[in-house]
Design a protein around this ligand. Structure first.
Ligand code: LMR
Length: 330
């Protein structure tokens, strides 16, 4: 009888141990955009790479379109451990106490993607990700979206055309200053609410890369878009620090490798995705697209030149200077 009890206990213990070993580690990856955007596609690619590299020990569940959490909530959810991974836009790091990320919002700071990558792939970007550790999160990578266009329901040929318009922005002090410099009224709003707000006339216009514009169907509610390329929108992929540091070392290494590959993929498709989205907006026939002439572009630059100086205290004059030097010294 005693032997039977021991055998029985052993069977239960052994099978629950085996079960525990088989139980996958789950990474919930929440984001706010559509699946067919640069970020959405890169998240799916990471899921595939991570599951393959860990032979199924890790299961990645991607929740697009604010399904699980919306903009600010997903940051809180990450810190609380309610999700393991998110990739907010760099304009949304203020609530984490990392407002230096808003440097990427400065108008016309980066002449092109190559200049931007000198920062995100170089020591300045690395230092910014490292400092996130103090906030209880680990910064794994920068993912591109692209340069933004202004849109509204009137032609935006010159900076003064934005005067008096209510413009939706992400919650960034730099974007607030940018809109004010143009005489517009900035209104911070969650991404998932932009379409309805434009439709209802709560806001008049917005800014985003074309992939976000098109996948949110903003061509239905915005008659004009100016390819202003006035600022950059990209992401940092971040994970809950306690979760990440608690992973078995081999699993973490496999995930880091998967993230490197997903990042290369993200940054290789972003430009093309945005070009295709611009073409699709054009093909819709609903939104008139204006590409500024060099003279018009200079007028946008002039109108926004004061923002960088105004934001020095907020972001850190040193960081702005370091970025300018890194770009110019290349
Ligand atoms: C926005 O709110 O406009 C963007 O941050 C959305 C995104 O994640 O690309």
């Amino acid at each position: 009888m005693k032997l039977f009890a021991i055998l029985f206990t052993c069977m239960i213990t052994c099978s629950s141990l085996a079960y525990a070993q088989q139980e996958p580690i789950v990474i919930r990856f929440s984001h706010v955009v559509a699946s067919d955007t640069p970020k959405g596609k890169a998240a799916t690619r990471f899921q595939q790479l991570a599951e393959k590299a860990t032979h199924g020990r890790v299961r990645v569940q991607v929740y697009p379109n604010s399904q699980l959490y919306r903009d600010r909530e997903e940051l809180e959810a990450l810190q609380l451990g309610a999700v393991e991974m998110i990739a907010p836009s760099l304009s949304k790091f203020g609530p984490l106490g990392a407002r230096e990320f808003e440097v990427f919002d400065l108008p016309f700071l980066f002449p092109d993607e190559a200049a931007l990558h000198r920062i995100t792939n170089g020591p300045i970007g690395e230092g910014m990700l490292q400092r996130l550790r103090l906030k209880g999160v680990i910064g794994l990578a920068f993912w591109d979206n692209g340069f933004k266009s202004f849109s509204a329901n009137r032609p935006l040929l010159a900076p003064s055309d934005l005067s008096g318009l209510r413009m939706r922005i992400q919650p960034s002090r730099v974007l607030d200053a940018q809109m004010r410099a143009l005489g517009a009224q900035p209104m911070a709003m969650r991404f998932g609410e932009v379409y309805a707000a434009l439709e209802a006339g709560v806001v008049d216009g917005t800014e985003n890369p074309h992939s976000n514009f098109y996948t949110q169907n903003l061509q239905d509610v915005q008659s004009h878009l100016t390819v202003s390329n006035h600022g950059y929108l990209g992401y940092a992929v971040i994970v809950n620090r306690k979760f990440w540091e608690g992973l078995p070392a081999d699993v973490r290494q496999a995930l880091e490798a998967a993230m490197r590959q997903a990042t290369a993929y993200a940054n290789s498709i972003a430009q093309e995705e945005n070009d295709q989205a611009l073409q699709a907006i054009r093909d819709s026939g609903k939104t008139q697209i204006h590409v500024p002439t060099p003279t018009e572009r200079q007028a946008w630059r002039n109108a926004l030149a004061s923002v960088s100086v105004e934001m020095e205290d907020h972001i850190g004059a040193q960081l702005i200077a370091d970025i300018r030097r890194a770009i110019n010294n290349f």
